[in-house]
Design a protein around this ligand. Structure first.
Ligand SMILES: *Cc1c(COP(=O)(O)O)cnc(C)c1O
Length: 406
């Protein structure tokens, strides 16, 4: 481990954020330097230049998700896009259709937006998830009524990486006459997405989850069928009046490049990450008894692994491996003491939820880093368990448990 002491920790938390790809930063820099114009300045070259650049980005985003460029609007990220989709649609259709459907394992920015519109008079049905992390399609169909304006189901869960069957969900929503919104922050550029084929009406994405800069994202708002929504920001009416405010051209350009790279990477990156992820899981399963994979493996983004280690607390593991950057759940809840509501929703006990670690492999993760991480985790978890046994405390973990959910 001495070789790693002087280095920065190995980054295995690519669900929280990803490093900016150097090629992304390169295209951004000129827009901070000589091409610094306001894209809304219509009277001179600086403005025209910046405007042309951001309009090209709409095409790059649209190409990645199968939308039309005119259906793409910039926001500050997925939190804002989710707020706009849920609050904007609830308010626009208030008094006509006042019911929404969502899911208990959504990101907190979706759930909190739902809690907000509930206080404004919208009724919300929260679907449960199975121990594989997926919703039940029959329960979804049953939940939609004539009063349902919006269904909001995330494409990929940010803690356990499971992929909801969006095409099936979209078909049910379209048939029942409800709009479908999806928080695709963890899905975009990690798996193919086609909003038309999947019948998605609103989609949220954010650049910093796929090697673009923090502070920029987008919302896709479909035109066929046409979704109407009330803006949250009052102002100059930019973005077709959906989102007022000056577009940050350097960030927009970075988002566009991240989309272009992401689309190209779909050809090989998922397979490469999946191999490293399976290698990590295999090594841990062989060396450590009492480990549980959380969420189904069959429908899961390749860079994700979420594991509970019986008899040891995630906090203690993380403290023992400061040379690894890992997390015990979402970055948003890592400052609170509560165990993950997502892990509890898939049926984990509090103890197992508090023994869980999330691994997020990304574009810049190497096989050597994965092996180093496996070595360190095996050594430290074995040591922590031995210390407990020496103190006369049972760790529960005696034989390898290979009980992953398919
Ligand atoms: C990161 C994330 C968000 C928040 O995105 P920001 O752009 O950081 O606001 C929302 N939903 C999911 C699923 C995420 O992973």
């Amino acid at each position: 481990m001495s070789g790693h002491n002087k280095k920065r920790p190995i980054y295995l938390d690519n669900h929280a954020t990803t490093p900016v790809d150097p090629a992304v930063l390169n295209v951004m820099l000129p827009y901070y330097q000589e091409k610094f114009g306001n894209p809304h300045s219509g009277t001179h070259f600086y403005g025209w230049e910046a405007r042309e650049a951001v309009e090209l980005v709409r095409e790059q985003i649209a190409a990645l998700i199968g939308a039309e460029p005119g259906e793409i609007y910039f926001t500050s990220g997925a939190t804002e896009s989710n707020n706009l989709a849920i609050k904007g649609v609830a308010r626009m259709y208030r008094g006509r259709k006042d019911h929404m459907v969502s899911c208990v394992s959504e990101h907190m920015c979706v759930l909190d937006s739902m809690f907000h519109v509930e206080r404004e008079g919208t009724k919300v049905t929260y679907l449960e998830v199975g121990n594989d992390g997926l919703i039940d399609l029959g329960a979804l169909a049953d939940a939609i009524t004539d009063d349902t304006i919006l269904v909001s189901i995330m494409t990929v869960q940010n803690e356990i990486g499971v992929i909801q069957p969006m095409a099936e969900i979209g078909a049910i929503c379209r048939e029942r006459g409800a709009f479908l919104h999806t928080d695709a922050a963890q899905a975009v550029a990690k798996m193919p997405i086609d909003v038309k084929a999947m019948k998605i009406d609103l989609l949220s994405l954010t650049a910093h989850k796929f090697y673009g800069p923090m502070g920029i994202g987008a919302i896709y708002i479909g035109r066929k069928p046409k979704v109407r929504l009330e803006p949250i920001f009052s102002g100059g009416g930019q973005e077709n009046n959906f989102r007022s405010g000056t577009l940050p051209a350097p960030l927009c350009v970075g988002l566009g490049k991240a989309c272009e790279l992401g689309l190209a990477a779909l050809a090989e990156e998922p397979a490469r990450l999946g191999e490293m992820r399976d290698h990590l899981l295999g090594r841990l399963q062989v060396a450590l008894p009492g480990i549980h994979v959380n969420g189904g493996m069959a429908h899961r983004v390749p860079g994700n692994l979420n594991i509970s280690f019986e008899g040891v607390r995630a906090e203690d593991i993380m403290a023992a491996v400061p040379d690894l950057a890992i997390s015990s759940g979402s970055a948003c809840t890592s400052e609170s003491d509560e165990s993950s509501y997502v892990l509890r929703a898939i049926g984990l006990s509090n103890d197992l939820a508090e023994s869980s670690l999330r691994f997020g492999l990304g574009r810049f993760t190497t096989p050597e880093e994965v092996d180093y991480a496996a070595d360190r985790l095996i050594a430290e978890i074995s040591r922590l368990r031995q210390e407990k046994r020496d103190a006369g405390i049972s760790t529960g973990a005696t034989a390898p448990v290979l009980d992953e959910v398919k």
